[in-house]
Design a protein around this ligand. Structure first.
Ligand code: FCB
Length: 440
């Protein structure tokens, strides 16, 4: 037994989801196609051949889901708005039923004492915008700002925390460089362009948030995978440095320091031709909150990624290494000095095969969460301004290219019935959220 940890009353606990992964569709809410609908329809793109048409059917079960969060004592809920539900073709007139859906959701959350934290973009770009270049087209950044305005005008009076983007690294890197995600391109040069246009959209979105809801907390959610060389060999160290620049500094650098990481710009041979005067000033306007998504670290060598022998992994194949989270948080605090850090995603896909009385007995997930929360606490004690922790995810959902086979939820979604059944980890997390104390 270790000591108990008291997070104190000024620390919050919540859960996170995203629109495409949970919502599904409703006939009452006409929506446009997104790049993920298109991607899912292409044979071979999604491991189990699934799609987001039903997902967790949150679009119909949202009130039940809010009640669930209330039963789990959550202080905050991080969700994303689906751009294709609000402006079906990406630009032009807003759709009333789409906006009404989020309006009702926000009211329901507030009514149950759960504070909404809204992400404007979690990867579901309207297909109509991809048809004219998607994130390769600078105009998409301006379309994003107009879409943000529509959401701000409707929800700005009630939502107090706004983030522009979720994980631009993944949108640009997996969407345009490796092709694992929508829109499935494989071109490094395109990835650099997409990354810059997404950052520009962040800057333009921040301007709208500031102008419309000046008292809100505003920022962005970035993912980080601390990189370590497998050995001191110069070739390994060089690979680690290059990966560090692209995976951990490419977005934080422009946002907090107004510049892309120079060594990586050179290593990638990027001419920065898409960067226009004023872009970096816009991108580096101060943020109130940095959302940090953390899952694992990368140990790299000149012959590829290495997971040390015998290391525990999740169902994603990701190494479980909680100390890296503490190291990351302290590095972020020292390097970028964000005013406020929120852990906006942390969690794990586990086998979920053990059951007690029909309930998933996921002690491995509880251990993962406990160990990572301990590191969050230590980083906080060491001075990092961490305000709260949100588990990924509230419920099992559509895990992108891996479909429904990887389950990250603390709540099970029963196949066929879509019944919500809290796992052992949900009960454990509910107790933590209620008391603020991590049991020893
Ligand atoms: C993050 C995503 C989130 C989820 C988790 C497992 O990269 O933001 O939607 O897929 O990974």
């Amino acid at each position: 037994m270790t000591d108990t940890i008291d997070f104190g009353s000024d620390f919050f606990f919540g859960s996170a989801t995203s629109s495409f992964q949970i919502e599904g569709r409703s006939d009452a809410i006409p929506q446009g196609e997104s790049i993920w609908d298109t991607f899912c329809a292409e044979p071979g793109r999604i491991a189990d051949g699934s799609n987001g048409l039903v997902a967790c059917d949150h679009v119909h079960r949202w009130a039940e889901d809010v009640q669930l969060m209330s039963d789990l004592n959550l202080d905050k809920y991080r969700f994303s708005v689906a751009w294709p539900k609000v402006i079906p073709t990406g630009t032009g007139a807003a759709s009333a039923p789409g906006l009404d859906f989020y309006d009702r959701l926000v009211d329901e959350l507030l009514g149950k004492g759960i504070e909404p934290m809204l992400t404007l973009y979690h990867w579901d770009l309207p297909q109509a915008l991809d048809d004219v270049g998607g994130w390769l087209n600078r105009d998409t950044a301006y379309a994003f700002a107009d879409y943000a305005q529509v959401v701000l005008d409707r929800l700005g009076d009630r939502v107090s925390t706004w983030t522009t983007f979720n994980e631009p690294y993944v949108s640009a890197g997996l969407g345009y460089v490796t092709g694992e995600h929508a829109p499935g391109h494989r071109n490094l040069r395109e990835g650099l362009t997409a990354a810059h246009h997404i950052l520009l959209a962040h800057g333009l979105g921040m301007e709208r948030i500031r102008a419309t809801v000046p008292d809100s907390d505003a920022g962005i959610v970035l993912n980080f995978t601390p990189v370590e060389p497998a050995s001191d060999a110069p070739a390994d160290v060089a690979v680690a440095a290059a990966r560090q620049g692209w995976e951990n500094e490419w977005y934080a650098g422009p946002i907090f320091h107004g510049a892309y990481p120079e060594a990586t710009v050179e290593a990638l041979g990027w001419d920065q031709s898409e960067v226009q005067d004023g872009d970096l000033a816009l991108i580096s306007a101060p943020v109130d909150v940095l959302g940090v998504n953390f899952y694992t670290r990368s140990v790299v060598s000149s012959v590829g990624q290495q997971i040390p022998f015998g290391t525990p992994r999740t169902e994603m194949g990701w190494e479980i290494h909680a100390p890296s989270l503490k190291r990351l948080l302290l590095w972020l605090h020292e390097t970028y000095t964000p005013a406020k850090i929120v852990i906006t995603e942390n969690g794990c896909a586990m086998p979920d095969t053990e059951r007690v009385d029909g309930v998933v007995d996921d002690q491995d997930r509880i251990d993962y969460l406990r160990n990572h929360l301990t590191m969050v606490h230590e980083a906080r004690e060491a001075g990092a301004p961490i305000a709260g922790y949100m588990v990924w995810s509230l419920m099992d959902n559509f895990e992108w290219a891996l479909g429904y086979e990887k389950r990250f939820g603390i709540v099970e979604i029963e196949a066929d019935t879509l019944r919500r059944i809290p796992k052992a980890s949900a009960r454990w997390f509910a107790e933590l959220a209620k008391t603020g104390v991590l049991p020893g």
